[in-house]
Design a protein around this ligand. Structure first.
Ligand code: ADP
Ligand code: MG
Length: 255
């Protein structure tokens, strides 16, 4: 059975310029697009969401990527869990069965690199038709103590571990844009060499690399033979179109 991994950016479901403010109507709209698709299809689905204003301002305040801070790790995790609960409530209210999976409890880093990611429970969830909902989180690191692990870095890891066939990252832009703000239809490791100068970090508070971080992660995945898409989840209907396999946004591919 085919597995879809959908990431929804924090820029889509939170007010990124505020602190801990969710866009409830957007969360509900996306839940409805997911539930309508699920009724139609027997594909398995994993949802990963970004932390947005529930994680980035907190991680900056406690400088989580500069040095270990136990209080900052706790407060940031509590905050992203609050957003995760909102997403879960919305999905379950819309008629899906969804359960939380917190990377803090499933994942271990060493110098920022993922060295362990438990997926046994995620496998059971998807086999039972449940949508596991992961998120950008604070994660323990054997060398650094604790670091921020972005939703963008979780997707390639899960895609390989669970052999996903369709991977998408929904953000607040129509795709990866060129220097004329036109959507780039396809990026490969070869075209990236020229395009890289036009791809930057985030326009808002984002401690995990913005668009450049996203493209870099997904190119690494493409080089392992798994292609993915970056599209605009803030536009009504685009998440649905991605789920149905349409050609939305930018394709990140190995050739
Ligand atoms: N070439 C580019 N194409 C599209 N977006 C870009 C580009 N360069 C920088 N960006 C910025 O990256 C942002 C998306 O990254 P980010 O804010 O981290 O979103 P998300 O919340 O989805 O992770 C866009 O809103 C835009 O401000
Ligand atoms: Mg981001």
């Amino acid at each position: 059975m085919s597995l879809i991994i959908l990431k929804i950016g924090g820029s889509v479901i939170t007010e990124k310029s505020s602190i801990s403010r969710a866009k409830d109507a957007e969360i509900d709209r996306i839940s409805n697009e997911i539930v309508s698709f699920k009724k139609d299809s027997d594909s398995q689905l994993i949802l990963v969401h970004g932390a947005g204003s529930f994680g980035h301002p907190q991680a900056m305040k406690y400088r989580l990527n500069e040095g270990f801070d136990a209080k900052g790790a706790y407060l940031t995790h509590v905050s992203v869990k609050e957003l995760n609960s909102k997403v879960l409530e919305s999905l379950n209210n819309a008629g899906a069965h969804a359960l939380p999976v917190h990377p803090l409890s499933s994942c271990l880093l060493e110098n920022g690199k993922i060295i362990d990611f438990q997926v046994g429970h995620i496998k059971v969830m998807i086999e039972k038709g449940i949508i596991p909902v992961l998120h950008g989180d604070v994660v323990m690191d054997r060398i650094k103590g604790a670091l921020v692990l972005s939703g963008d870095r979780i997707i390639p890891h899960l895609a390989i571990a669970l052999n996903a066939s369709q991977i998408g990252a929904g953000s607040d832009v129509d795709g990866v844009l060129d220097n004329n703000d036109a959507v780039i239809k396809k990026i490969t490791q070869y075209s990236f060499v020229d395009m890289r100068k036009n791809i930057k970090g985030s326009g808002s508070t984002d401690v995990t690399g913005g668009m450049l971080g996203k493209v870099s992660e997904l190119l690494e995945l493409a080089n392992k033979g798994i292609s993915s898409r970056i599209f605009n989840a803030s536009r009504k209907g685009v998440v649905s179109r991605f789920l149905y396999g349409e050609d939305v946004g930018t394709l990140i591919s190995d050739k």
